[in-house]
Design a protein. Structure first.
Length: 396
């Protein structure tokens, strides 16, 4: 790729932005991902997929896989995967005064106050069906008139146990009113923050780019390949996983069932230059608007640990290995269809992170699946075509 060819700097067409917005707006907290996978992505896949392609569905989770060559296990298989589930809050208990006390889970308590949210509960009039309750806000402290001096000057923060959901319940028997809505401990709560165009050109803001954005990229790559006539020598699996945020369970099922030879995960990343409290910590120089990052690894696989490294042994052994390439996009417009035109990095080292706009960045520590030490690489590595066999002999 030449220095002048930077497709991630081009504005996104309106139709593409609408599709991305629809995917990200689908309510899909952990365990209820079908709103995105079945409600938005499945119809989208079916609108362009050739008749020879097949859409796999799974029992016990809402994941889907669009398969370009169903049944062709003799072909080299590449899985491109995003995950549909969103981090969420959960109902912990219901107070006599109608307050719905919640667990903040993956959120910082201090960033939740005042946000409008959606609550998902079983419909008491249709058992087995879920419905969305809108109009609630996350609260904790109340008016400044009731706060002590330490809270007013910011020296005293919030505890997660103080956070509750306010549905503006009033009148008699407030707790029973909430129970009559079908709200129960364990119900999921997510932000009501659909994406919107931002103030600066070619930007947007909103919640849950992680990881509707990756699902959008996978869907657009699938559409472009379908419009180009499909693939001849490679079987491509466009996968949308569930349960990622609580242990990557959906992707483990898909990898174990479909057995890809190479796996490309698409997710979001952080802007380490502008993020509060990060820019001065000498992190990787990742910045919004300057393209995506890549992390590359070989993941040995055995029958008992679907995507876990095999323990080292004092002998030579033969194992199945998946080439794993994670493409992460610092929060911006960059993640869209032209991402599919960038070739995979060459398999040179087990752990490399590169950005297309600057020299490769070698982190001192990587994810648990990657080698935890820096490994030299060359500036041209991200632009070479990948070539790897599905069976690799590994020496301990």
């Amino acid at each position: 790729m030449s220095d002048s060819a930077k497709p991630w700097t081009q504005p996104m067409p309106d139709a593409q932005f609408k599709l991305m917005r629809d995917i990200l707006a689908a309510p899909s907290p952990v365990g209820l991902e079908a709103a995105m996978t079945y409600g938005v992505l499945k119809p989208h896949f079916e609108s362009f997929a050739p008749k020879s392609w097949h859409l796999h569905q799974f029992k016990g989770n809402a994941g889907v896989v669009l398969d370009t060559h169903p049944g062709r296990d003799d072909m080299f298989k590449v899985m491109l995967i995003g995950h549909a589930d969103k981090i969420r809050m959960q109902v912990r208990s219901i107070g006599e005064d109608g307050k719905i006390w919640i667990n903040t889970d993956s959120f910082l308590p201090t960033v939740l106050i005042g946000h409008e949210v959606k609550l998902f509960s079983e419909d008491p009039d249709a058992p087995g069906s879920y419905r969305c309750i809108e109009g609630g806000t996350v609260e904790a402290l109340g008016a400044i008139h009731f706060s002590d001096p330490a809270q007013r000057d910011g020296s005293k923060g919030l505890k997660k146990e103080q956070i509750y959901l306010d549905l503006q319940i009033h009148g008699e028997n407030k707790k029973q009113q909430v129970l009559n809505l079908g709200v129960r401990p364990g119900d999921s709560i997510i932000f009501d923050r659909p994406i919107r165009p931002g103030f600066s050109p070619n930007t947007f803001y909103g919640a849950y780019l992680d990881n509707g954005l990756g699902c959008f990229v996978a869907a657009e790559v699938a559409r472009l390949i379908a419009e180009a006539g499909g693939t001849q020598n490679v079987r491509v699996l466009f996968a949308i996983a569930s349960y990622e945020e609580i242990g990557r369970f959906g992707s483990r099922v898909m990898a174990g069932e479909m057995k890809p030879d190479a796996l490309i995960g698409v997710d979001v990343n952080h802007d380490y230059v502008a993020a509060p409290g990060i820019g001065d910590k000498r992190m990787q120089p990742l910045e919004m608007g300057k393209g995506f990052t890549m992390a590359v690894a070989l993941l040995p696989v055995n029958s008992s640990t679907a995507l876990s490294p095999r323990p080292r042994k004092s002998r030579t052994f033969r194992c199945s290995a998946i080439l794993s390439v994670w493409i992460r996009v610092p929060m911006a417009w960059q993640a869209y269809w032209r991402l599919s035109t960038v070739p995979l990095p060459r398999l040179v080292s087990p752990s490399v992170i590169c950005t297309p706009s600057q020299k490769p960045v070698i982190p001192r520590t990587c994810w648990r699946l990657f080698t935890p030490s820096p490994i030299p690489c060359k500036p041209w590595m991200p632009y070479l075509t990948c070539s790897v066999n599905s069976w690799i002999t590994t020496r301990a």
